[in-house]
Ligand binder design. Structure first.
Ligand code: NAP
Length: 336
């Protein structure tokens, strides 16, 4: 069985996902594409040699009889309307983060999916598919270091463009940790606080960089997350869990260890796409498998909502300087 897939938004990640489905993964075929810039959609069809129809609107693509599943890879503010339309049409939908740009929007998607009565939505939080994070999760679930007490995390990018503003440190950057940390701990968040160390000189004036997000979970775990998006030296993701009887750390990406010119060294990655390249493959293969077996799994619409609520609270904390509580709606039984 081949899942016939339509891609809405053929920019950077949309093209990349279309490429992996066509050239790397099995069980899926791109049959439809759409982008506000139709020339770009056509160019992607040509570049990848797709046998796919270019649609004038995302909604037409969703309604097409020969589209079984939809990938929403357009600009964030358009995600909610396309995901809701896919649910309404009874189609599986993989949505890149954010699920919606507001917590209320995410909740509308949650409600629509509950009403539909089956899992149709998978959110593109690919870190859950990273081998290192999975090893960390297994160690915690197997109680190998006792109960987690603290976490020390860092999300560092070499540089960001000048359109990157302070809020994006949360909604674009830390959003991945906001999802993966609650998944690792099987816990939800109680509060968020943001403190600002001395700013680096390697930043645009309008941006506060670095920032430290201080999180408390409902279970009492304390997390410090450094967000440093002009660190210069590379793309570096760190995650260390301090438990009652040991410490577990996210493994470094595999890289050659060199002894040369009186030095012992290994390279640090620079491009975020290289750091999680395998996770993107595995998450989309999981989505295709879910469509085939009628059991879409992975990060759910509820997880998309939880990340959005946490991000809202962290953005409020950026502005207020205070400890802001994280107030979530009751979790529907549908999501287990
Ligand atoms: P991008 O390169 O700007 O691509 C987005 C594309 O969607 C653009 O071609 C844009 O056209 C198009 N678009 C905008 N509104 C549309 C609409 N109403 N209908 C159809 N197409 C529309 O951005 P990107 O980097 O691919 O990011 C896309 C999404 O993926 C974002 O939500 C981003 O946060 C997410 N993302 C996730 C990850 C991850 O690690 N999981 C990584 C990268 C991106 P115009 O350029 O003409 O506006």
């Amino acid at each position: 069985m081949t899942i016939r897939i339509g891609v809405i938004g053929t920019g950077a990640i949309g093209e990349d996902h279309a490429r992996r489905i066509t050239q790397t993964l099995s069980g899926g075929k791109i049959v439809a594409v759409n982008d506000v810039n139709q020339d770009q959609a056509r160019a992607v069809v040509d570049r990848l040699g797709l046998d796919a129809k270019v649609y004038e609107s995302g909604h037409e693509l969703i309604q097409a009889d020969d589209v079984d599943a939809v990938l929403v890879c357009s600009w964030g503010p358009t995600h909610e309307e396309f995901v809701l339309a896919a649910i309404e049409a009874g189609k599986y939908v993989f949505c890149e983060k954010p699920l919606a740009t507001t917590a209320e929007g995410c909740l509308r998607i949650v409600e629509a999916e509950v009403k539909a009565g089956k899992r149709l939505v998978q959110v593109g939080f690919m870190r859950r598919y990273d081998k290192g994070y999975q090893q960390l999760k297994q160690a915690l679930d197997n109680n190998e270091i006792g109960a987690p007490l603290m976490m020390h995390c860092a999300h560092r990018n070499p540089t960001v463009p000048d359109r990157y503003v302070t809020e994006m440190a949360i909604v674009d950057t830390a959003i991945h940790e906001l999802d993966v940390l609650r998944w690792l701990l099987n816990d939800d968040y109680k509060s968020m606080q943001v403190v600002y160390p001395k700013g680096t000189k390697n930043r645009f004036e309008h941006l506060a960089d670095p920032q430290i997000l201080l999180i408390e979970t409902l279970g009492g775990v304390r997390i410090d997350l450094e967000i440093f998006v002009n660190c210069q030296y590379g793309y570096d993701i760190q995650c260390q869990v301090v438990g009652e009887s040991g410490i577990a750390s996210l493994p470094e990406p595999q890289s050659l260890l060199m002894r040369k010119d009186t030095k012992l060294y290994t390279n640090v990655l620079v491009d975020w796409k290289d750091r999680f390249i395998e996770s993107y493959d595995i998450e989309l293969q999981d989505f295709i498998r879910g469509c085939e077996q009628d059991t879409v799994g992975g990060p759910s619409a509820w997880d998309g909502y939880a990340a959005a609520v946490a991000a809202d609270s962290a953005v409020k904390a950026q502005q207020s300087g205070a400890i802001e509580s994280v107030e979530m709606a009751g979790r529907p039984a549908f999501y287990g």
